[in-house]
Design a protein around this ligand. Structure first.
Ligand code: SF4
Ligand code: SF4
Length: 97
């Protein structure tokens, strides 16, 4: 998903570089290439590509990352998808809407 971006400047993603031990986990788990590891420290190179899924913070061994997972675009997309599915099912007579 390189080049993908959500709204500019709204991500809740925070990186504490002092804490980072350069384990390389965040660049590995992030689905949107938000991080690049340089000189044994993580760098946020594409903050606007963050969909606030929380995978990086969950996998950081030293709690150098924080993000309000579940309040951003990913959550909104999932909620919309669920609403649509419910709408298709709700009250309809057919099984496959
Ligand atoms: S919250 Fe998800 S999308 Fe955002 S930087 Fe972390 S792993 Fe990448
Ligand atoms: S997961 Fe944490 S410790 Fe590892 S590179 Fe990323 S910020 Fe640094």
């Amino acid at each position: 998903m390189k080049g993908f971006a959500y709204l500019a400047g709204v991500t809740t993603l925070r990186l504490d570089r002092e804490r980072c031990i350069g384990c390389g986990m965040c660049p590995q788990v992030c689905p949107h290439q938000v991080f690049v590891l340089k000189e044994r420290k993580s760098n946020v190179v594409a903050p606007d590509a963050c969909m606030e899924c929380g995978a990086c913070a969950l996998n950081c061994p030293v709690e150098a990352l924080s993000v309000d997972a579940g309040v951003g675009c990913a959550s909104g997309i999932l909620a919309e998808w669920l609403r649509e599915r419910r709408g298709r099912r709700g009250g309809g007579a057919g099984c496959c809407g």
